[in-house]
Design a protein around this ligand. Structure first.
Ligand SMILES: NC(=O)c1ccc[n+]([C@@H]2O[C@H](COP(=O)([O-])OP(=O)(O)OC[C@H]3O[C@@H](n4cnc5c(N)ncnc54)[C@H](OP(=O)(O)O)[C@@H]3O)[C@@H](O)[C@H]2O)c1
Length: 298
C-alpha cells in the first residue's frame, strides 16, 4: 500500500480521499481550511499543516483545488508541494480543472524539480467520486500513467490517455465547455417554458425523453422542475463560469471559435453578477427568473 499525499479536501478531494482510504492506502491530506478536512481525518487520514509537510516522503501526490490561483498557491507557495521533500522521480498529479496555460507551466516546474507530472483532470460529480465512478482524462507519459493507474482506479470507472502533458486538460476543457452550454441551455429553456405557461414537470420529462435528453439535461431539468434548493452543492455557478472561461481561452489559443461557449459563459457570468455564484449550478434558473423580473420592472 502506498503513502499518498492529497492536497485539497473540497467536495471532490474529500470523496477521492475516502476511496483511497477504502483501498487501503495511507493518506496525508492538507486543506487550507483544516476544519473542512475533519471528515477524512475521522476516516483515517493524517492531516498536515502545509502542502510541503503533507508530501514529505510520499510515494504519490494528488491535488484537487478550485482554480489556477488555488493550484498555484498549493504547488508554488512558500510551503507548497514543490517546496516539500519528495524523492526524485516521484509521480505527482493535478486532478483540478485548470487553464491549459497553467497546466503546461506547472508540468515544466515539476520536471525542473526532477519529479514526474501527470495531468489528471476528472469528470463526474462528488457522488460519482464517492462511488468510485469518475471518468479520468490523462495527459502524460504512458509509463507514468501505468505506474499511477492503481492509485487512480479506486475513484474511477474509466481512464482515457489523451497524449502528453496538457492533453488531458485540453480534452477536459472542451468537454466542460459542452457541459456548460447544456446546463445554460436547459435553464433558458425551462424559463422559456414557464413564460409560455408550460408545466415544468411535463417539460422536464419531455426534454429528457426527447432528442435533447443528455445526462446534463435530464439531471438539471428535473432538479429545476422539482425546485430543489440548498442541497449539498455538486458544482457551483462560479465553478461553471471558471470552466467556461478556461475553455473559451483554450479554444482561442487553438485559433478556433467558441461562440456558443462564450454565450453560455455570459449566462453564468450573469448568475455570478446577481450574487448567486456560490449557489448550485441548477439554481441558474432562479438567476434567470430574477433577471427577467428586473427587466419587467423597467
Ligand atoms: N464538483 C464537481 O462536480 C467537479 C467535477 C469534476 C471536476 N471538478 C473540479 O475539481 C476541482 C475541485 O472542485 P470541488 O468541487 O472539490 O471544489 P470545492 O468543493 O469548492 O473545493 C475547493 C477546494 O479548493 C481549495 N481552495 C480554494 N481556493 C484556494 C486557495 N486560494 N488556496 C488553497 N486552496 C484553495 C478549497 O479549500 P477551502 O476548503 O479552504 O476553501 C477546497 O479544498 C475544481 O477544479 C473543479 O473544477 C469538480
Amino acid at each position: 500500500m502506498a503513502k499518498i499525499a492529497y492536497i485539497g479536501v473540497g467536495n471532490m478531494g474529500r470523496a477521492m480521499i475516502l476511496r483511497l482510504l477504502k483501498a487501503g492506502h495511507q493518506i496525508t491530506a492538507y486543506n487550507r481550511t483544516p476544519e473542512k478536512a475533519k471528515v477524512v481525518q475521522d476516516a483515517g487520514a493524517k492531516l498536515a499543516k502545509t502542502p510541503a509537510e503533507a508530501v514529505e516522503g510520499a510515494d504519490v501526490v494528488f491535488s484537487s483545488v478550485l482554480n489556477d490561483d488555488a493550484s498555484r498557491q498549493a504547488w508554488t507557495g512558500p510551503q507548497g508541494i514543490l517546496a516539500g521533500k519528495l524523492r526524485p522521480n516521484t509521480l505527482v498529479a493535478e486532478c483540478s480543472t485548470l487553464s491549459h496555460d497553467w497546466v503546461m507551466e506547472l508540468g515544466g516546474l515539476v520536471k525542473a524539480k526532477g519529479l514526474r507530472y501527470v495531468d489528471c483532470p476528472v469528470a463526474g460529480r462528488p457522488d460519482a467520486a464517492e462511488a468510485g465512478e469518475l471518468r479520468v482524462y490523462i495527459g502524460g507519459a504512458k509509463e507514468d500513467l501505468e505506474e499511477l493507474r492503481p492509485y487512480i482506479e479506486p475513484f474511477s470507472k474509466k481512464i482515457w490517455h489523451f497524449g502528453p502533458v496538457g492533453a488531458g486538460t485540453a480534452y477536459k476543457l472542451i468537454y466542460n465547455l459542452m457541459g456548460v452550454i447544456q446546463v445554460a441551455s436547459v435553464a433558458e429553456a425551462m424559463v422559456q417554458c414557464e413564460a409560455a405557461g408550460i408545466d415544468l414537470h411535463a417539460a422536464a420529462e419531455a426534454f429528457t425523453l426527447g432528442y435533447t435528453g443528455s445526462k446534463h439535461v435530464a439531471h438539471h431539468a428535473e432538479t429545476m422542475a422539482e425546485g430543489k434548493r440548498g442541497q449539498a452543492i455538486g458544482f457551483s455557478g462560479k465553478g461553471r463560469l471558471k470552466d467556461s472561461q478556461y475553455g473559451v481561452q483554450f479554444v482561442k489559443k487553438l485559433g478556433r471559435q467558441a461562440r456558443v461557449g462564450e454565450a453560455a459563459s455570459d449566462v453564468f457570468n450573469q448568475m455570478v453578477e446577481v450574487g448567486m455564484g456560490d449557489a448550485n449550478d441548477s439554481e441558474l434558473i432562479d438567476a434567470l427568473r430574477a433577471i427577467a423580473r428586473k427587466r419587467e420592472r423597467r
